[in-house]
Write a protein that binds this ligand. Structure first.
Ligand SMILES: *Cc1c(COP(=O)(O)O)cnc(C)c1O
Length: 498
């Protein structure tokens, strides 16, 4: 008997498929009726500690399991009261695109099929939106962490020129490479230095000013000191929208420094780069168009379903040089399915890759750049609304300037941040709202990163009421906070200067 994995009864499967689709459409439509977060039940957790099933079940039974044990216990980032981390909300349109892409099941490492054209279309669109040349090279990756890592590899190879670092390795090459970023840079920049074999201690974390943007004079001094010590500066990473507070480095001035010092200029624009889609916000990221490369996420401020990071490089030859290989099974043919010039597998280490471009294309085609930009702008307006309330509050105080969509604040006279900590956990556990906690200048702060296109003024107003109530409870009911464990958040790393 032949065996395969298609439905035995297509009509029954069709009915179940429609049920699944309706289930998720209802879920998204009624998202605000539910708590923002619910701790997974004991029953649900136990469901995922079972033996490997030898026999299959009807898809209807598996769907029941999903409905009961998985769907109620999501992160909450689809919910308008989710403000915890820089996470996108997704859209129903993006969900459909994911289903269509899974149906096609394209492997987008390369070869001669339309998915590769769709990915190139996205690169061209983003080049246009961010002011890069039309032939800039772009590739989808999981997220900005990986895109930043790829940047390091490209910039490293570029710095060593014809010395062929891919063949010879780092230790065969002269001079220790040094990179620069602000203290507010995401921890993945440090991690990229580790992964690239360059060493985290060779990332200089430059002090930031009162707006939490990199201090140019300190940067220039650090570069000069490193050159004087015989080291090799090679890369400046600017941040457009820091993860903690949404601060933006002076990109134009960083471009000037990079140009005069002959360094690669990369922008970590995970969410902030996309402020360029709003005519009102675009001036904030001026200078981005002068970068050699930029990393950003479609899954954050553009709400493409996870995951969809992107790496865009001005010089397509430099990009390809860092990754292209000539293995026999990657040979290009003049005609047929193996035809084509540059494939995505020439632009990063992934060979098997999903059709991420489809959900990005579907999202952009469905909404248009203008409406996506309006949603981005709206989140910044919501942040202003929250900021204005905190500024006049007797109980709460701002902890950092609000540049884009992130509001960091604390409780007045809460010196060790223990009330802030308690309030955040309370709001999560009650399912009322999901802000996060970060550490600013060594003290815990409440962080509301408003990214969700569903978050409206009434949600901010409800958040304010929940905050007030949570503070009253926290003050009335003194708590044993236990050991104050430092959360392992991004961007907290301090490197010893060497
Ligand atoms: C989110 C974020 C990252 C990491 O991006 P991932 O997509 O989570 O890998 C890096 N830098 C900044 C500024 C971010 O906000």
């Amino acid at each position: 008997m032949p065996v395969n994995l298609d439905p035995e009864n297509w009509d029954e499967f069709r009915a179940e498929s429609h049920r699944a689709l309706d289930m998720m459409l209802d879920y998204l439509r009624e998202i605000r009726e539910r708590p923002v977060w619910t701790e997974p039940s004991e029953e649900a957790r136990a469901r995922f500690k079972r033996e490997l099933p030898q026999e299959g079940r009807d898809v209807s039974a598996v769907l029941e399991d999903f409905d009961r044990y998985i769907k109620p216990f999501a992160t909450g980032n689809t919910h308008p009261m989710f403000m915890g981390w820089a996470q996108g909300a997704g859209t129903p349109a993006g969900m459909i695109a994911e289903m269509l892409a899974a149906g096609m099941n394209s492997n987008c490492g390369g070869r001669n099929h339309i998915a590769i054209d769709v990915e190139r279309q996205i690169a061209a669109w983003m080049a246009q939106a961010l002011g890069f040349p039309p032939d800039a090279s772009g590739v989808f990756v999981t997220g900005t962490s990986i895109a930043n890592f790829l940047c390091l590899l490209v910039a490293r190879d570029q710095a060593y020129g014809d010395k062929d670092v891919r063949l010879n390795g780092l230790c065969a090459l002269p001079g220790q490479l040094i990179a620069y970023a602000s203290r507010e840079a995401h921890n993945c920049v440090r991690q990229a230095m580790e992964l690239a074999g360059l060493g985290a201690r060779h990332l200089r974390l430059i002090p930031s000013d009162e707006r939490r943007a990199i201090k140019i004079s300190d940067l220039r001094r650090a570069i000069a000191a490193d050159r004087a010590a015989g080291l090799r500066p090679f890369l400046i990473v600017g941040t457009a929208g820091t993860v903690d507070t949404g601060a933006i480095d002076p990109l134009d001035r960083l471009a000037d420094v990079a140009h005069s010092e002959d360094l690669w200029f990369h922008v970590d624009g995970a969410f902030g780069a996309l402020a360029a889609l709003s005519p009102a916000l675009k001036p904030l990221v001026k200078g981005l168009e002068r970068a050699d490369s930029v990393a950003f996420d479609f899954h954050k401020w553009l709400h493409v379903p996870y995951d969809a990071g992107f790496f865009l490089v001005r010089d397509k030859e430099a990009h390809k040089r860092a990754f292209a290989a000539n293995a026999a099974y990657l040979t290009r043919a003049p005609r047929g399915l193996a035809a084509g010039d540059t494939w995505p597998c020439d632009l990063g280490p992934d060979l098997s890759r999903s059709f991420r471009a489809l959900k990005a294309w579907f999202t952009i085609e469905t909404f248009g750049a203008k409406r996506l930009g309006q949603c981005i702008e709206q989140t910044c307006r919501m942040a202003k609304r929250l900021e204005a309330w905190i500024a006049q509050s007797d109980a709460f105080a701002l902890r950092a300037p609000v540049t884009l969509n992130i509001v960091c604040f604390g409780v007045k006279d809460d010196e060790d941040g223990s009330l802030a900590r308690e309030i955040v956990m309370e709001l999560h556990e009650r399912g009322e709202a999901a802000p996060s906690l970060t550490i600013l200048d060594g003290i815990p702060a409440i962080r509301a990163a408003i990214i969700n296109h569903r978050t409206e003024a009434r949600d901010i107003d409800a958040f304010i009421e929940f905050l007030d109530a949570a503070l009253r409870r926290a003050r009335k009911e003194p708590h044993d906070f236990g050991a104050l464990v430092e959360p392992h958040g991004p961007g907290k790393t301090r490197l010893s200067e060497d």
